[in-house]
Design a protein around this ligand. Structure first.
Ligand code: NAP
Length: 303
């Protein structure tokens, strides 16, 4: 049995691993998919202290990977499918094995929400995308739309405005939720048009998306928008299925933690975008990762 498992290698998990290493803990860092997770899909980072202004997410990922490599930290490619609490700690299940650890930090992040409308899955990868940075390139000089009114939607719209001929931003209210500076940039961009008070109720097309049917949230009037792609940026749902029943979650599935990043389950800590919080930024995820590792260290040493 090793002392600590860190699940997820986004900025929260990586920071936990750096602090666990410095605390001389015996730990494993597990990642089911891409090292550094969502960071890879960020077009530019302007607000993480110590990084050059506008650094690309993928470059930032590489810096993080170099840093942990220098510290001798390895990311183990394993998908944890279940967690059980035992008398001595936790049993983590993968499809092939059972791993035992005294404590766990869950830093499993969150995944983009979908619209939940008919044919959404059918057109995913055929014009519907949840990642502008990944797929925007395919729509050079085309007409695209982004759904959402938050920071992600505004950043996506601005990114796409540099590639596509025309970008519609479809928002269900008449005011953007995004930071003011982003909202102002979107509103002043000549090839972005904001469609206020609209929701997407239907998608039409052949092999690829051709039209989105919009409904006005005030008048209920339906309109047709001809587009080549629809980017969905309506927030994230937490990757917390593996601890359902083990620790308290809020109604959306985000993990409830205290200021030491403890969950309601003793020995289970959580950090990053999988927890309930108000400020969702790289810097807050990193800070939570550090606190979680120090709390886990104290828990393991005092147990
Ligand atoms: P968000 O802040 O939750 O915004 C989601 C947006 O989508 C809202 O405008 C919401 O409308 C709309 N929406 C939600 N469900 C919808 C539906 N079913 N149909 C149509 N519209 C829907 O999500 P986010 O923009 O992905 O940001 C997530 C978190 O990451 C936030 O805390 C954000 O600050 C942070 N973030 C920060 C940065 C940055 O600092 N540069 C960049 C990206 C994200 P309403 O406004 O009406 O609720």
């Amino acid at each position: 049995m090793s002392e600590l498992a860190i699940i997820g290698s986004g900025i929260a998990g990586i920071t936990s691993a750096i602090y666990a290493k410095r605390a001389n803990l015996d730990f494993s860092l597990y990642e089911k998919k891409l090292p550094c997770g969502q960071i890879n899909y960020i077009e530019r980072i302007d607000n993480f202290p110590g990084t050059s202004y506008g650094i690309k997410g993928m470059e930032f990922s590489q810096i993080l990977l170099n840093q942990i490599n220098d510290l001798g930290i390895k990311i183990e490619n394993k998908q944890i499918t279940g967690i059980e609490k035992t008398k001595t700690g936790f049993r983590l299940h993968t499809a092939a094995e059972v791993l035992e650890h005294k404590a766990v930090i869950l830093a499993s992040g969150a995944a983009p929400k979908n619209l939940g409308i008919e044919k959404e899955a059918q057109f995913a990868g055929r014009g519907i995308s949840y990642c502008a940075v990944c797929d925007g390139f395919f729509f050079k000089d085309k007409t695209v739309a982004v759904v959402g009114g938050g920071n992600s939607a505004c950043e996506d719209a601005l990114y796409l405005a540099g590639i596509a001929k025309k970008v519609y931003l479809i928002h269900r209210r008449d005011e953007l939720r995004a930071f003011d500076y982003l909202a102002r940039q979107v509103e002043s961009k000549s090839n972005i048009e904001i469609l206020w008070n609209k929701i997407v109720i239907e998608i039409k097309g052949g092999d690829f998306i051709e039209e989105a049917i919009l409904q006005d949230t005030k008048t209920n009037i339906k309109t047709t928008l001809r587009i080549n792609a629809l980017f969905v940026a309506i927030g994230y749902k937490p990757n917390t299925q593996i601890i359902r029943g083990l620790a308290d979650l809020d109604y959306q599935g985000f993990i409830i933690t205290d200021s030491e990043m403890r969950t309601s389950c003793e020995g289970l800590f959580a950090a990053g975008d999988c927890i309930k919080k108000t400020v969702r930024q790289l810097i807050t995820c990193a800070a939570e990762g550090a606190v979680a590792a120090m709390s886990a260290h104290s828990y393991i040493k005092h147990k």
